[in-house]
Design a protein around this ligand. Structure first.
Ligand SMILES: Cc1cc2nc3c(=O)[nH]c(=O)nc-3n(C[C@H](O)[C@H](O)[C@H](O)COP(=O)(O)O)c2cc1C
Length: 226
């Protein structure tokens, strides 16, 4: 699979087969992650790979809970009935064979105090780039991924830091599942811009429609002048 195909085929996967992911493939996707660009080449990341079934089970359960309580119920304000329906999709998270936590670990500290917030934003962008590299590489290897960041709503990931012994000064920014799956990539119908613009907090059906589609390039592209 070439790079363009892998980029276009990547989609979030929630249902995995139980077989473990080969060490070599885990290494390959991590190598792709650390090939991402970062400001001044500061490489502000570190990664935690979780494959011990006791830990993957706990992590899967935790992600499902925060998804329900803080993301669907809290931030999005969805009715319970809708949250329950959505959670059906997350019911197998405890059985995911591998999770990768992408952490922000600033290694150099030479920015002026006033620039710390800017630098952190740039670090976050770098981790986003690293995550995309990782997910695309996984797709090319026939593996599925799903990005999670909803846990940040739970005291910015403090529970995860305790669970995995992550030190002070290191923050968990994003988590992805990694594993084999039987889900063929779903073709995404084109969306109307209005589906997004009109979306209101608490609108479960609107959100479901949003998840199902993709805006056409023409809706987000400007040429030469906005
Ligand atoms: C910053 C970020 C945070 C995300 N957080 C979550 C999350 O907490 N739970 C979840 O199920 N999906 C999460 N996602 C995945 C998105 O919901 C998903 O990428 C989006 O619906 C598009 O679907 P696709 O990945 O299949 O193309 C996150 C994605 C990004 C980029």
């Amino acid at each position: 699979m070439d790079a363009i195909e892998a980029i276009n085929r990547r989609q979030g996967v929630l249902h995995y087969r139980p077989e473990p992911v080969e060490q070599e493939k885990i290494h390959t996707v991590l190598q792709a992650a650390i090939s991402a660009p970062s400001p001044l080449n500061l490489q502000p990341w570190s990664y935690l790979v979780v494959t011990d079934p006791r830990m993957t089970g706990q992590l899967g359960q935790y992600l499902r809970r925060v998804q329900a309580e803080l993301l669907y119920g809290g931030l999005l304000g969805l009715p319970q009935e809708y949250t329950d329906r959505m959670l059906g999709h997350y019911s197998q998270l405890e059985r995911v064979p591998c999770f990768i936590l992408a952490c922000l670990e600033p290694k150099a500290h030479f920015a002026a105090e006033a620039d710390q917030a800017n630098l952190r934003d740039w670090y976050l962008l770098s981790i986003g780039a690293a995550m995309e590299n990782l997910m695309v590489a996984a797709t090319a290897l026939g593996l599925g991924t799903r990005w999670f960041t909803g846990f940040a709503l739970d005291e910015e990931g403090q529970a995860l830091k305790r669970l995995f012994g992550i030190p002070e000064g290191v923050d968990v920014i994003a988590i992805t599942t990694l594993g084999y799956h039987d889900e063929p990539p779903k073709a995404r119908p084109e969306q109307e811009l209005a589906a997004l613009m009109g979306l209101q907090r608490g609108d479960g059906e609107g959100l479901a429609r949003l998840f199902a589609g993709r805006l056409p390039l023409s809706a987000v592209l400007h040429e030469n002048h906005w």
